[in-house]
Design a protein around this ligand. Structure first.
Ligand code: IVH
Length: 713
C-alpha cells in the first residue's frame, strides 16, 4: 500500500475541509506555496485511489473542485508551478505490452460541467470566442458520454488499418487485432466514395450492462476474477493478449467523432463537412454504429435545449442499456470549432455534462435500532448528510446484524453509499483504509431498545425480534399497519395520528380504534370538530370493508394481501379459519408450509380470536362479501395465465394498486425478469430490469399500455 491508513484518513479529511474553503484571489505567496503543495499531495492521492485502485473516496465533482482550486492558486502565482504538478499532465494509460503509435491528432480531455449554469457559461464563452452576438442561438450536438474505453481508428483505402487506445492523448497502444473482433466496427467502409482516402475516427468500446452481468456470471463459474464494472471489462477487453477473448466479452462500440480526414493527395478534407452532425451522418451511412438521432444524439437549437436534453438523460440513465457518466456537448459548426480552438487540456468547443454521482463516501455517525410491528429490530445507520444522485441522504437501513458483520461496518467508519435508480440507498462497504483505530465495532443489542425485553433470533432467520407482544413499538407498529391504505384503508389516519393518540392514551389496542371519543379528539391541539368528524366518518366506513382487509390488517407474518384474499375466499367468516389444520391450509393453491404454520399459530391463539370477535361485536365486518367468493378463473380475463412485473415510477397508480389490477385481470405478479415473463410494465426511471427484459425480448408496456390492457374501454 502506497499510503498508510493514517495518511489516507488525513488526506480524506483535509480534502473535505479544503472543499469548503474558497481560494482568495489575493492569496499571499507563502500561503499559496503551502496550499499548492497540500493540494498536489491530496490530488495525487485521489488519482491513485481512482486510477490505480479503482476505489475513489470522493466524487468526480469533488475531485474537479480540488483540481480547480490548485489551478486557481497556480494562476495567481505562476512561479509556483512545478512540472510534477497534476495540472501539468494529460492522463495516460500506456503500458509496455503493446506497441505505441502516434495519433494523427492529439486527443485531449473534456472540461466538466454540472448544471445549467455551467452550460450557460460555456455557451457565453463560445459566443465571445467566435464573436457571436450573445442573443443569437448556437447549435450544439449532444450525446451520451460513454463510460468505456476510448478507441482511435484509422481507415486507409477503405480498410480498417489501425486501432489504438487513447494512451496519453498524443500516442496510444496499438490494439488493431483486438478491435477487429468488435462486431459493430466495420472492417471496410467506402470512404473513397466521398473523396476520403485516410481518416481518423474516435469512439468508445463498451459492454452492455446486461451482457456484463452475464460475462461476470460466466467468469464466476469458470473461477476467473470478476470485473468491478462494465468499464473495466471493456478497457480490459481492448487489451487482452488473445484477440479471441474480445468476442467473449461481448464488446460493442460507438463512434462519435471524425478527427482527421485526408484525400489521395494528402490534403486535409475535414472541411468538406459543414457540421459535426454531417460527419456523423456520413459515418452512419457507411455502417458505423453512431449514437441514434433523436434518441442518443440530438442537434439542439440552443443551450436551453441542450440543458433539457442533458437533464432528461440524467433522469433516465438507468433505463439505458450502457453505462454513461454524463453527456458530451459539441458545437455543431466545424468552422466555429476551429475558431474556438484548444487549451493545453481540452477543446474549447466541447464540454462534458457530468451526472450527479450515484455513489459517495460519508461518515457513519451512529446506529439506531428501530422496532417494527413484528418485533423485528432493524439497525439504521445515521450518516453525515451526503448528496447522492441529487438527494440528501442521512439515514439508511443496515437491514440486520449479519449484514453489519459480513461487511465489517463500524461506527466512525467512512462508508461508501450508493443509490442507483429507484433503489433505496445502501451502504456498499466501509473504506477500511481510512480507519485510524477509533472506529467502534457494532455490538448488536441483546434487549429491545423500546421495552427492554430480551431479543430472540429464531433458527435460520437473519432478524432479531423483541419477544414482548405488548412492546410499545410493536403495538404502534401494528396499529399503523391496521389503518394503512393496504389494510383497512382508513383515510387520513396515519402514523402521526397513531403516535399522538397512543401518547394521549386514546388507543392502546386495535379495538380502541372503534371506540374513540371524538369529543376528546376535537379538543386536541391542532384538531377541532371538523377533523374529528372526518376521522369518525373514515373509521365508520372501514367497518364495511371486505373481510380480507381485516385479516391482512391483523399483521400475521407471511399473510399478505394475496394470501388474505385466498383464505377469505374459502370461508364464510374469518373465525372459521381457526378450525383449519395445517394440512387443510396446505391443500390450497400457493399456500406453503411457512404460511400455513403462521395461520395456524396465530388464528388458533385465543388472543387473536378474541380480537376478531371483539371487532365483530363493535360492528366491524368479518363476513365474506359476495365479491370475495372464489371466482372461476375467467379464461377471457385480459391477463389470464399471464405474468407481469413492474419497474420504475408510475404517475397514475401505486404499486399496490397495480398489483390489484393484475390480480383482478386474472394475472400474476412475477418476482423477477425471466424469458417466461409475459409483460414488463416500465415507468419512469426504470432500471436494470428494463434492459434485462429488452435483452430477453420480453414485451415492455408503458403505464398507459398496461392500464388500457386491464381496463379495455
Ligand atoms: S468527444 C476532445 N464524445 O470522454 C473531444 N468523448 O474526450 C473528443 N467520451 O476518454 C471526444 N463519450 O473517450 C467525446 N460522446 C463522446 C464521448 C467521449 C465518451 C470520452 C472519451 C475520452 C473522454 C474525453
Amino acid at each position: 500500500m502506497r499510503y498508510t491508513n493514517a495518511d489516507q484518513k488525513r488526506f480524506f479529511e483535509e480534502s473535505k475541509k479544503l472543499l469548503q474553503t474558497e481560494v482568495p484571489s489575493d492569496i499571499e505567496s507563502d500561503t499559496a506555496q503551502n496550499l499548492a503543495q497540500q493540494l498536489r499531495q491530496i490530488i495525487q492521492y485521489h488519482e491513485w485511489r481512482y486510477y490505480i485502485l479503482d476505489q475513489p473516496v470522493i466524487s468526480d465533482y469533488e475531485y474537479d473542485s480540488l483540481f480547480k482550486k490548485l489551478e486557481a492558486v497556480e494562476k495567481h502565482h505562476p512561479q509556483l508551478i512545478v512540472p510534477s504538478s497534476p495540472t501539468q499532465r494529460v492522463s495516460n494509460d500506456l503500458t509496455e505490452d503493446f506497441p505505441t503509435v502516434t495519433h494523427l491528432s492529439p486527443m485531449l480531455s473534456l472540461e466538466n460541467s454540472y448544471n445549467a449554469e455551467d452550460l450557460n457559461d460555456f455557451d457565453a464563452r463560445i459566443k465571445k470566442l467566435i464573436k457571436e452576438d450573445e442573443t443569437l442561438d448556437l447549435e450544439y450536438c449532444v450525446e451520451p458520454k460513454f463510460d468505456g474505453g476510448t478507441i482511435v481508428l484509422i481507415y486507409e483505402n477503405d480498410l480498417l488499418s489501425r486501432a489504438a487506445t487513447r494512451g496519453n492523448g498524443a500516442a496510444g497502444e496499438e490494439i488493431t487485432n483486438n478491435v477487429k473482433n468488435i462486431r459493430s466496427i466495420p472492417l471496410k467502409a467506402k470512404f473513397s466514395a466521398h473523396g476520403i482516402h485516410k481518416v481518423e475516427l474516435r469512439g468508445e468500446a463498451l459492454i452492455r450492462k446486461d451482457l456484463f452481468d452475464k460475462v461476470n456470471k460466466k467468469r464466476e463459474e469458470t473461477g476467473k476474477a470478476l470485473f468491478a464494472n462494465p468499464r473495466n471489462a471493456a478497457t480490459g477487453g481492448l487489451r487482452v493478449k488473445d484477440a479471441k477473448q474480445v468476442s467473449e466479452r461481448a464488446l460493442d462500440a460507438f463512434i462519435y467523432q471524425v478527427s482527421k480526414a485526408f484525400d489521395k493527395e494528402g490534403n486535409e478534407v475535414l472541411n468538406k463537412f459543414e457540421t459535426h452532425e454531417d460527419s456523423i451522418q456520413l459515418l452512419e451511412s457507411l455502417g458505423f454504429k453512431v449514437p441514434k438521432l433523436d434518441f442518443e444524439r440530438k442537434v439542439c437549437k440552443n443551450i436551453a435545449e441542450v440543458s433539457t436534453f442533458c437533464t432528461n438523460w440524467e433522469r433516465d440513465r438507468e433505463k439505458y442499456a450502457f453505462e454513461i457518466d454524463g453527456m458530451v456537448v459539441k458545437l455543431n459548426n466545424l468552422a466555429s470549432q476551429e475558431i474556438c480552438g484548444y487549451t493545453s487540456h481540452h477543446p474549447r468547443w466541447a464540454i462534458a455534462f457530468k451526472f450527479k454521482a450515484k455513489q459517495a463516501t460519508t461518515k457513519l455517525l451512529d446506529i439506531e435500532y428501530q422496532v417494527g410491528r413484528t418485533g423485528a429490530v432493524t439497525p439504521v445507520a445515521k450518516l453525515e448528510p451526503v448528496e447522492l444522485a441529487g438527494v440528501t441522504v442521512s439515514s439508511v437501513s443496515l437491514h440486520n446484524a449479519d449484514n453489519i458483520e459480513s461487511k465489517d461496518i463500524r461506527i466512525g467508519d467512512t462508508v461508501l453509499v450508493e443509490r442507483a435508480g429507484d433503489v433505496i440507498p445502501q451502504i456498499v462497504k466501509p473504506i477500511k483504509d481510512l480507519r485510524d483505530g477509533t472506529e467502534k465495532k457494532v455490538i448488536f443489542p441483546t434487549h429491545c431498545p423500546v421495552c427492554g425485553s430480551p431479543l430472540e433470533r429464531p433458527e435460520g432467520e437473519a432478524v432479531w425480534r423483541c419477544t414482548n407482544p405488548s412492546c410499545a413499538a410493536q403495538i404502534s407498529g401494528r396499529l399503523i399497519h391496521f389503518v394503512s391504505k393496504d389494510a383497512m384503508n382508513i383515510d387520513g389516519f396515519g402514523e402521526a395520528y397513531i403516535d399522538r393518540f397512543y401518547k394521549e392514551g386514546f388507543v392502546k389496542q386495535i379495538t380502541d380504534i372503534y371506540q374513540l371519543d371524538y369529543d376528546k379528539i376535537a379538543e386536541l391541539e391542532g384538531f377541532g370538530k371538523r377533523s374529528a368528524e372526518k376521522l369518525n366518518k373514515a373509521i365508520t366506513a372501514s367497518m364495511q370493508n371486505p373481510a380480507w382487509r381485516l385479516l391482512y390488517g391483523l399483521g400475521i407474518r407471511f399473510v399478505g394481501r394475496t394470501v388474505s384474499k385466498k383464505l377469505i375466499a374459502e370461508v364464510e367468516k374469518i373465525q372459521d379459519l381457526a378450525k383449519w389444520s395445517l394440512e387443510d391450509l396446505m391443500s390450497l393453491e400457493d399456500i406453503g408450509p411457512k404460511v400455513a404454520q403462521q395461520v395456524v399459530n396465530n388464528l388458533q391463539k385465543p388472543t387473536i380470536l378474541q380480537l376478531i370477535n371483539d371487532l365483530e361485536a363493535l360492528g366491524v365486518n368479518v363476513q365474506r362479501l359476495e365479491s370475495e367468493k372464489k371466482k372461476a378463473i375467467d379464461s377471457d380475463a385480459p391477463l389470464a395465465g399471464k405474468t407481469v412485473l413492474f419497474t420504475g415510477k408510475f404517475s397514475n397508480m401505486k404499486r399496490s394498486e397495480a398489483k390489484r389490477l393484475v390480480e383482478d385481470a386474472g394475472g400474476k405478479v412475477a418476482s423477477g425478469v425471466s424469458s417466461k415473463l409475459s409483460y414488463l410494465v416500465a415507468g419512469e426511471k426504470a432500471g436494470s430490469k428494463l434492459s434485462k427484459a429488452q435483452a430477453l425480448n420480453v414485451t415492455v408496456l408503458s403505464e398507459e399500455d398496461f392500464l388500457n390492457l386491464v381496463n379495455p374501454s
